[in-house]
Design a protein around this ligand. Structure first.
Ligand SMILES: [Zn+2]
Length: 609
């Protein structure tokens, strides 16, 4: 196994790494290699990839030319000469022709089931740039509905709108007099309802804010249509949940996109029984060609946590899985606070507005009673179950890491890998605690989404303000402190392709540049070697799949992505344009951009199969 010390690639000492890209892996006494005379006794490889650049992401960040696969596992990594020697007449040969292979990329936080449903069945708003454009999309969507039917949309973000303001019911009402409308913000932590939907939800000026939620109001106290955090449920509970068929279709939709992007494993956080059933059914049908680890939603009460615990305990405990590493019931998810978009995340100091303004009196709030949260975590921890907690604000993150520290002290358990999901602005205390928990208990891992600085970066920069923005997602500090993290997208909060995460980890560039292209600075940037590790081996760790995938090493599953260019060699601004050409899962080609590139000379020249 790769040790922690080796796994960290310090960006400050990277000049040597560029050279390392030229040096080939030293071929030690690995299984699969044998002297010429003994070759006959080893069965030939099923598959070889050769004439390429293989970024192994092993402990030495070794680079090879070729690799061989047998029975879905990597059996050798080395030079063309060494690998081609392992090919027999039935071996499938993929000539990389100078292209680059990496481990299949891994997302430690992506809502692929729900995101796929939104992609297939909802109105898309992630690319609209004006209020009028959003309204036009709603108008077109309504035209396909009968009066009274709900219209759902997803993906808007005021930071991308020229008007730089929320959508409101008043915007939507003229085109939706007879249909209730609900449009999710891209973060999923707020959204906008039209007046028909507000009426069905019985929301009026006299409705008090629910616990841990906000009904946005105009100067006169009337609801604007924007509902934040738990207030969203007032409308959301009225919308029929997706059908089983829609869930299946949504998952398959996302898996197809993952394959196109060289991504072979994902943690889907915040699922319930219907989504689990959809995954399990697809697995039984042989259609789950992706590694999925799920977190069950623990809710905001002890009862809801107990219910999640029962579901978790009825499944194999990770790293055990269903379908040989395909489906893992990884643990429980809890929300500690809200969003950096909605200015609801729990902070020590007030939120900003438009970067330098102050949202006076608003420092956010916890999503769950902090004491209840602590009891929930203890419940899962004492049962030996992994916990992932959503925590964005500095105050929320402190509460989460202190809770982890406390339950781990009370019942020391190694390897549960409790995580801090998002961990956007950790304090120095939180960072020290993460480092300590990782060293001592193999727990306390941030699951960070570098693309937040890009896709919702303009909204974020405005809300966090100049000072806090500098320390947002402090990846470089993590490296310096020996902290490992899992990379992710939080899809559909940001787009799913992990190449955006590689790029954002290095560039930290905001989409529009409303408050400058680099409102988060670049002091917390990491180099591409580290970024790749966070989207492969370190993410695998957070899915309990690190002994099986996340690096290209002998004995691991052949989960591989082939790219048009070498991410270690191209200028970092180009990382986001990497083009995936081939994706393999357990040695099976699940995506091939140009079918003709694969020379399927598996032979059977004598009519045999
Ligand atoms: Zn999420």
């Amino acid at each position: 196994m790769i040790t922690r010390v080796n796994a960290i690639m310090p960006p400050a000492r990277t000049p040597g790494l560029a050279l390392a890209a030229l040096a080939l892996v030293a071929l030690g006494a690995r299984p699969g290699f044998c002297a010429e005379g003994a070759a006959r006794s080893t069965p030939p490889a099923d598959l070889v990839l050769f004439h390429g650049t293989i970024l192994t992401v092993d402990g030495k960040d070794s680079v090879a030319q070729a690799l061989a696969v047998r029975g879905g596992k990597i059996v050798a990594v080395g030079t063309d000469r060494e690998i081609l020697r392992l090919a027999g007449e039935r071996t499938r040969r993929i000539d990389l022709n100078g292209r680059t292979a990496t481990p299949g990329l891994i997302d430690s936080h992506a809502h692929i089931a729900d995101g796929g449903i939104a992609e297939l069945y909802h109105v898309h708003l992630s690319d609209v740039t004006t209020v009028a454009e959003a309204v036009q999309r709603v108008r077109e969507g309504i035209a396909r509905l009968k009066p009274g039917e709900w219209l759902e949309g997803d993906g808007w973000d005021e930071g991308k709108l020229a008007e730089r303001r929320y959508l409101t019911a008043a915007d939507l009402d003229p085109v939706s007099p007879d249909n209730p409308v609900w449009l999710n913000h891209t973060t999923g932590h707020y959204g906008v309802a039209n007046t028909a939907a507000l009426r069905l939800a019985k929301i009026s000026a006299g409705t008090p804010d629910p616990k841990a939620g906000t009904i946005d109001r105009d100067a006169g106290g009337a609801p604007t249509g924007v509902l934040k955090e738990s207030a969203q449920d007032l409308v959301g509970d009225l919308i029929a949940p997706p059908t089983a068929e829609q869930r299946r279709a949504g998952i398959l939709q996302s898996i197809e996109l993952l394959h196109r992007e060289g991504m072979t494993a994902v943690k889907d956080p915040w699922i319930g029984r219907p989504t689990w059933d959809a995954y399990a059914e697809l697995l039984r049908e042989g259609k789950l060609e992706e590694r999925i680890c799920v977190l069950w939603s623990a809710g905001a009460t002890i009862d809801s946590a107990l219910q999640a615990l029962r579901e978790i305990q009825s499944q194999p405990r990770p790293p055990r899985s269903l379908g040989d590493g395909r489906l893992l019931s990884c643990g429980a998810k809890i929300f500690m606070d809200g969003s950096g978009g909605a200015r609801t995340a729990w902070l020590y100091k007030d939120w900003n507005k438009n970067s330098t303004g102050v949202d006076a009196g608003n420092s956010g709030y916890p999503s769950v009673d902090p004491e209840v949260y602590r009891r929930q975590v203890r419940l899962f921890h004492d049962a030996g179950v992994n916990v992932g907690t959503h925590a964005i604000g500095d105050r929320a993150i402190d509460w989460v890491v202190d809770t982890y520290a406390q339950v781990l002290r009370d019942k020391p358990t190694k390897g549960l890998r409790h995580s801090i999901i998002h961990a956007n602005i950790p304090t120095d205390h939180a960072i020290e605690t993460m480092a300590l928990l990782q060293r001592t208990y193999d727990a306390g891992y941030p699951e960070a989404q570098a693309p937040f600085t890009w896709w919702i970066g303009d909204t974020y920069a405005g809300n966090f303000g100049p000072a806090r923005s500098q320390r947002l997602m402090p990846l470089k500090t993590y490296v310096d402190k020996g902290i490992l993290w899992g990379g992710g997208s939080d899809y559909p909060v940001t787009p799913l392709p992990a190449r955006y995460g590689l790029w954002s980890s290095v560039e930290r560039e905001a989409l529009k540049g409303t408050f400058g292209l680099h409102p988060f600075g670049t002091a917390e940037s990491v180099d591409v070697h580290t970024a790749l590790r966070s989207y492969t081996l370190w993410a695998a760790r957070q899915l309990f799949l690190d002994t099986r995938t996340g690096s290209l090493e002998v004995g691991k599953d052949a989960d591989i992505a082939v790219w048009d260019k070498n991410p270690y060699a191209i200028p970092s601004p180009e990382l986001r344009n990497l083009h995936c050409e081939i994706t393999l899962l357990s040695g099976k080609v699940v995506f091939d951009a140009h079918h003709h590139d694969i020379h399927d000379d598996q032979g059977a020249p004598h009519g045999q199969n």
